[in-house]
Each structure stands twice: as C-alpha cells, then as structure tokens.
Design a protein around this ligand. Structure first.
Ligand code: HPA
Length: 279
C-alpha cells in the first residue's frame, strides 16, 4: 500500500482539483453554516463542485449542509464559497475537517468570512440577530494544529491575539449600518456537541465570558490564521441558549431561524465583500 499523503500534499491535491474547476483566483473565501446557504444562490457565474469530487475533502453529513464548493462573483469579486462544513461531532479529525480552509488559502484567498448558527447566551442576543465574533473560547478539547508539524503549513505556535481582524470587524459593522440594521458583537464559545448544552453549562459559559455558543468555526479560524488569512466570523443567533427560554432546543428550530436571517446575512455579505477584497 502506498504511504498516506501528508497534510501539505493532501491540501495541494485538493487545491489542484479545484483549480481545474475555475479560471479565477478567489480573493475571498466564505463558509456558510446551518441553514445559511442562500448567499451562494445569489452569486454571478456560479460553478459548483461537490465535496465528493474534491480529493481529501471531508463529507459533511448533517441536514442543511450542502457540501459543495461554489465559485462565483459577488459585486464583481471572485469568491470561493464552502457551502456546508464538516463538524468535529461527526467524528472528523479536526485536521481533516479544516482541510477545505487550507485549500482555499492555497487557491489564493487572502480573507475568509465564516458564518454559523449559534445559541444566544447574552440576554440582549435574540433569535434573528447577527453577531460579529470578536473573540472565542475554544472548549472543543481539541486543536486542529495538534500533531506532527510541517513548516509548509505555517508557524507551529499561531498567535490568536487579533484572530478576528479588527479591520474586517469594522467593515461588517459599517456594512450592516448601510443596510439599515445593526450587528451585535460578542465572544463565541465552541463546544464539541452534538448534544446541546445543559442549562448549567450555559451558566458556566456566561461566567467564562461567552456571549454565544455553537459547535463550529473555531478550528477554521485557527487554521486560517496559520495560513495567514484575515478572518471575520458572523453568528446568526438562532435560539436562546439552553435553559433561557423554558423550551427545549431542536435542530429544526435552528435551521428554520437560520433561513429567516439568511436574507439579512446575504445582504450584509454582499455589501461588505467589495471592501473586504480591497483591504
Ligand atoms: N448550542 C450549540 N450550538 C448551536 C446552538 C446552541 O444553542 N444553536 C445553534 N447552534
């Protein structure tokens, strides 16, 4: 049996396959979370590649995650959009789950905009709100950079002091304002899932400084920073976190609320992207 390819070789193979699908160099990468796929539909000159056709890409399994790379233009800016993501709770090692992020960086995307669905912990965060992430708590109990290191991937000890780019945060704030709504700002806590949190865990997270909670995004941010990308992330608040509403949580509710904010999220991204590309 041939020896397994190392991570840089797998990234290279994935990027090479994607390059054959598009003539353009994507300037910005976008990741769309649960129920937030609407943005990709609005791209000009779309070309979609199923993850199954890209070597070494993980296969996301959860309902609401398409599992395709969509190339296209938004306000004239060439994008590569990851529609759907592989989550840690599906059993993917984080190194595999984040390989698509490395592939977009290898294609030339210098900035990455991530989106997710999240439960609101801070009392002013309501379903339908958009929260620009300013910092995170990695409570996954895992890190995507763990394991043998290869200098070709970037630095071993990645600085996360300004992981969420202050310039991009300001662009998103101003873009929302131009769209006649306000975005909130807050700290995102990543939990491993797939069970939702207990009310006691939500109280713990609040004490730790978390404003919203979800099961994704953080590994992608860490990897994108290792790749030298500028990163911004937006949480669509889909539900009050466990114990805050007196009602049980359900994935259907998360998807349904996600679809309701997808319009505003799409407008926000469309307004921000030309400036993100120019930064
Ligand atoms: N907890 C964790 N992940 C989530 C939630 C939540 O309340 N809502 C959407 N994703």
């Amino acid at each position: 049996m041939p020896a397994a390819l190392d991570l840089p070789a797998r990234v290279e193979a994935a990027a090479a396959a994607l390059k054959r699908a598009t003539k353009e160099t994507p300037k910005v990468g976008v990741v769309l979370g649960s129920g937030l796929g609407a943005f990709a539909e609005a791209l000009e000159g779309k070309k979609a590649v199923p993850y199954a056709k890209v070597p070494h890409f993980p296969r996301p399994a959860v309902a609401g995650h398409g599992g395709r790379v969509v190339f296209g233009r938004c306000e004239g800016v060439a994008l590569a959009v990851l529609e759907g993501r592989a989550h840690y709770y599906e059993g993917h090692p984080l190194e595999d789950a984040t390989l698509p992020i490395r592939a977009l960086a290898a294609l030339g995307a210098k900035a990455l905009l991530l989106t997710n669905a999240a439960g609101g912990i801070r009392s002013d965060l309501r379903p339908g709100d958009l929260m620009v992430i300013v910092d995170h708590l990695n409570l996954l109990g895992a890190n995507p950079l763990r394991g043998p290191h290869d200098e070709r991937l970037g630095t071993r000890f990645v600085d996360l002091t300004s992981a969420y780019d202050p310039g991009l945060i300001e662009i998103l704030r101003a873009a929302a304002h131009a769209c006649s709504f306000e975005v909130r700002r807050g700290v995102y806590a990543a939990m491993a899932g797939p069970s939702y949190e207990t009310p006691a865990e939500i109280r713990m997270l609040r004490t730790m400084g978390a404003d919203a909670v979800g099961m994704s995004t953080v590994p992608e941010v860490i990897v994108a920073r290792q790749c030298g990308q500028r990163v911004a992330a937006i949480s669509a608040i889909t539900n009050p976190a466990a114990g805050m509403s007196g009602r049980p949580l359900s994935h259907e509710e998360v998807l349904e609320s996600g679809r309701k904010v997808a319009d505003r999220l799409t407008r926000l991204l469309q307004t921000a992207i030309p400036q993100v590309a120019a930064l």
